[in-house]
Ligand binder design. Structure first.
Ligand code: FMN
Length: 106
């Protein structure tokens, strides 16, 4: 199990989704949705068939904090099992599926 760590960590202020000027609100409006991570390469990745990817749910979608990891790795012949790192009502994985067309996303 590995924790995906943003180069620029989020503060509580950054995560204020009620504030339209907060970092998450600004990032939401940026179509790139890329939070650069310290770590995207893991030695076990190439021999792993199933990758569980957990993240908070932001605005009904699995957060884009995972995107740097997702686009930096080739998921051909791999199955992704997404999960929410909290217990929200429901969430979509449209962006994850768009970014990993080569993967089987459950
Ligand atoms: C920017 C942002 C957007 C969120 N949007 C949703 C949402 O759409 N649905 C939901 O159930 N929870 C939403 N949450 C709550 C998170 O899913 C989560 O419950 C909260 O961040 C606590 O998780 P943590 O204890 O792991 O930090 C949102 C939180 C943030 C920061």
């Amino acid at each position: 199990m590995h924790e995906l760590l943003p180069i620029d960590p989020y503060t509580n202020e950054d995560l204020d989704y009620l504030d339209s000027d907060s970092r998450v609100s600004q990032e939401r409006n940026d179509p790139n949705h890329l939070t650069e991570l310290i770590n995207v390469d893991f030695s076990e990745f190439s021999e792993s068939d199933y990758i569980f990817i957990g993240a908070p749910v932001w605005w009904g979608e699995l957060s884009w904090v995972i995107n740097d990891f997702v686009i930096s790795n080739d998921f051909t012949n791999k199955t992704i099992i997404p999960f929410a790192a909290a217990s929200p009502s429901n969430f979509f994985i449209d962006e994850l599926e768009d970014l990993t067309p080569e993967a089987n996303v459950l």
